[in-house]
Write a new protein. Structure first.
Length: 259
């Protein structure tokens, strides 16, 4: 299927690895030019070169922290106006919900709610003017099924989810959509670190903990980031203009509900 986004420009945050990189690569395969960003210059430049070699599209690589106003300004100024925005940022630490300090809550909200809102505000006027815009936020399956040790992430991302629910319905008439992708277990560095942490807490080998987590998924595996990237690309497509304000769960069937 031709997704109808060749020649459009996409901004993908936190995209030197993991799910962000997978989204950037999928959009590039569809012919979209890119601005990709991450904090470490060597990592983001390596990711940009790999995407250029694989797809031939123009890629602007920005070493910037999306959680700061200066970083957001640098990302948005690096390339052409964005028709597609994929919001992403590293998740906050796991831990006991009763033990987090106020500054940890504020940091989580800034990174996983405010940053995405401000990036969205930065592109929205142009999207409305051009009558095409796709905003996809990478959130978490924990938004739908909270996990005790991910309370910082869940609270902040729920705030972003509420923001999307309201804004999506205000701008839909301009062919601008906002949606959230909720990943479950995907094979990323963050997932592997979480497996190692839970294994240590349980006093078992990481391989055994990984088996436990696979067994909790009806698909009996963890997700491939490329699968996630393809889902993102579809939500950014011309064909997805009637999908907005939605939360798409990608968890291999782990959530035990109908809706």
């Amino acid at each position: 299927m031709d997704l109808g986004i060749a020649g459009r420009h996409a901004v993908v945050c936190a995209s030197s690895k993991g799910l962000g990189l997978a989204c950037a690569a999928a959009l590039a395969r569809e012919g979209a030019s890119l601005t990709i960003a991450a904090r470490t210059r060597a990592d983001i430049e390596a990711a940009a070169e790999a995407i250029r070699r694989a797809s031939g599209v123009t890629v602007f690589a920005v070493a910037a922290d999306v959680t700061t106003p200066e970083g957001r300004a640098a990302i948005l100024a690096a390339g052409p106006p964005a028709s597609i925005l994929v919001n992403n940022a590293g998740g906050p630490p796991r831990g006991d919900v009763l033990r987090f300090a106020p500054e940890q809550w504020l940091a989580a909200v800034n990174a996983n709610m405010v940053a995405a809102i401000e990036m969205t505000r930065g592109v929205m006027d142009g999207m409305i003017e051009r009558r095409f815009g796709r905003v996809v936020n990478i959130t978490s399956a924990a938004v739908k099924a909270p996990t005790a040790d991910l309370s910082l992430s869940t609270a902040a991302r729920l705030g972003l989810t509420g923001y999307v629910a309201g804004v999506a319905r205000q701008v839909a008439r301009h062919n601008v959509t906002l949606n959230n992708l909720l990943p479950g277990f995907f094979d990323t560095d963050r997932f592997r670190a979480g497996v190692a942490g839970r294994a240590k807490e349980a006093g078992i080998a990481p391989e055994d903990q990984l088996d436990r987590q696979r067994e909790a998924v009806p698909a009996r595996r963890v997700g491939d980031p490329a699968e996630f990237g393809d889902a993102c690309a579809y939500l950014c497509s011309a064909q997805a203009g009637f999908i907005t304000g939605q939360n798409m769960l990608l968890d291999g069937g782990q959530f035990p509900g109908t809706f």
